[in-house]
Each structure stands twice: as structure tokens, then as C-alpha cells.
Design a protein around this ligand. Sequence first.
Ligand SMILES: NC(=O)c1ccc[n+]([C@@H]2O[C@H](COP(=O)([O-])OP(=O)(O)OC[C@H]3O[C@@H](n4cnc5c(N)ncnc54)[C@H](O)[C@@H]3O)[C@@H](O)[C@H]2O)c1
Length: 248
Amino acid sequence: MSGSMDGLVAVVTGGASGIGAAVVDRLREEGARVAIFDREVPEGMADAYRVDVGDDETVRAGVAQVAADFGGIDIVVNNAGIGAQGTIEANGDAEWARVFDVNVTGMVRVARAALPWLRKSRAAAIVNTSSVAATVGLQERALYGASKGAVLALTLHMATDHLREGIRVNCVNPGTADTPWVGRLLDSADDPAAERAALNARQPHGRLVKPEEVADAIAYLASPRAGSTTGVALAVDGGMDSLRPRPA
Ligand SMILES: NC(=O)c1ccc[n+]([C@@H]2O[C@H](COP(=O)([O-])OP(=O)(O)OC[C@H]3O[C@@H](n4cnc5c(N)ncnc54)[C@H](O)[C@@H]3O)[C@@H](O)[C@H]2O)c1
């Protein structure tokens, strides 16, 4: 697969950690030049820009800087996101607004700022990170799941709007993935080992999804090899969305 993205420039939001970091590695392996957008950029991280997707000014400045530094933008991976737990009673209006602002409007901001560059690209693609929480009901994920459902719908509408401009828009729906985010959730549980076992068991294939598996799916959707694929939600969830095996 090496070299399918030679000469292309990608922006990966939330690229400093977890799934985003795995995407950065994968796209670089494919030959892309990759800019990382993250609100937390560790010292010495290559081609990393401090961008808060919740702040339109930093997004516009980051996109302009990448275009100046790399000469254009071909691929946007909208991956930055935050979690929320609880039923609808657990979070007030301010938290609902904050999570939607990062998880949904954040993707809009980055794509909107990058559109003029994507329109000039010969291989333009946007990939959004949605979640299995967009397509199945989970306990205590009302706000998070609603925000990821919005990402799924947004993907379809963007794919339609920009089809004739040659910009493909797809999303991935990961199951629970073994990232620092989930590590933090496990650390805060009363019994982290039991919580991990429960999360493993919730995946029909019996284990957490690897960030590299999600990165491979995103790299495929982002690459010119997927030139006829747009408006698709690719599940990377060990069967959690669509399979009903009998309990072991
Ligand atoms: N881990 C999972 O189980 C899982 C499952 C399905 C979907 N997802 C989605 O995958 C994406 C990445 O999750 P992860 O598990 O790798 O999380 P993570 O916490 O390991 O990484 C997320 C990164 O996004 C950055 N970020 C957060 N808010 C930001 C903002 N406002 N501006 C810029 N950067 C910001 C963080 O600093 C961090 O580097 C998220 O959209 C998440 O909803 C995760």
C-alpha cells in the first residue's frame, strides 16, 4: 500500500493521541505529508499545530499556516472529539453545547476552512470519526451518542454537497478502542480490570478495537484508492453494530 498518498497533504485533528496518532503514522507510511492539529501538542512533535477545533480563529489560522507550509491541503481527517457520560439528566445545557461544539461544529470549522484548498486538489477527501454510539443504543452515552449521530448525518450531507466538486466525504464508526481516552475511563472505574473485561465482552469479537485498525480504515477512505467511495460509514467495531452471536 506504500506510496498511494505520495505528494498529498493531510490534516489530522486530535492527531497527538490515540486513534489520531495512529492515523498520522499510517498516512505518513503511505507517503502523505501530515499536519497534526491538537489542542495539546507535546514538545518536539513534528508538524504539530496548536489548534482548538472549538475555536474558529485558531482553526482558520492553523489551516492557513498548513497551506503556507505545505503548499495546499488534500485530506482532512476530522478526528478530535471529547466524551460525555450519563443519561440525559447527567449533563446540563452548557455541557450539551460544549460537547456538540467540539464533536460536531469542530469538524465543520476545520472542513469549512480547508474547502478552498480541497477544491484545488486532485484527490480531495474528508474522513470524520463518528462512533458505534451513532448507530446503537448504549447505556449512559446520550450526549456523546447524539453528537456522533450528528457526525454521521453531517457526513452524508457534506458528501452530497461536495460530490460534484470532487471532494469525497466518509466516516468511520469505531467500537470501543484501546486508546488513552479509554485508559482514562478504566482508571476512573471502581474496578478497572472488571470494567475492561466488560468492555471486551461488549465487542462481539471479544476484545477492544486497536487504534491501528481504525487508522487503516481511515487511511483507505482518505486515499485515492477509494475514489468511488463517498457518503459511507465504515464500521470498525468487531461486529458490535450488526452481529448478534449467541452468548459464549
Ligand atoms: N476510543 C474509543 O473507544 C472511540 C470509539 C469510537 C470513536 N472514538 C472517537 O475517536 C476520536 C479519537 O478518540 P481517542 O480515543 O483517540 O481519544 P484521545 O483522547 O486518545 O485523543 C483525542 C485527541 O483529540 C484532542 N482534542 C480533544 N479536544 C480537542 C479540541 N477541542 N481541539 C483539538 N484537539 C482536541 C486531544 O487533545 C487528544 O489528543 C474521537 O472523536 C472519539 O470520539 C473513540
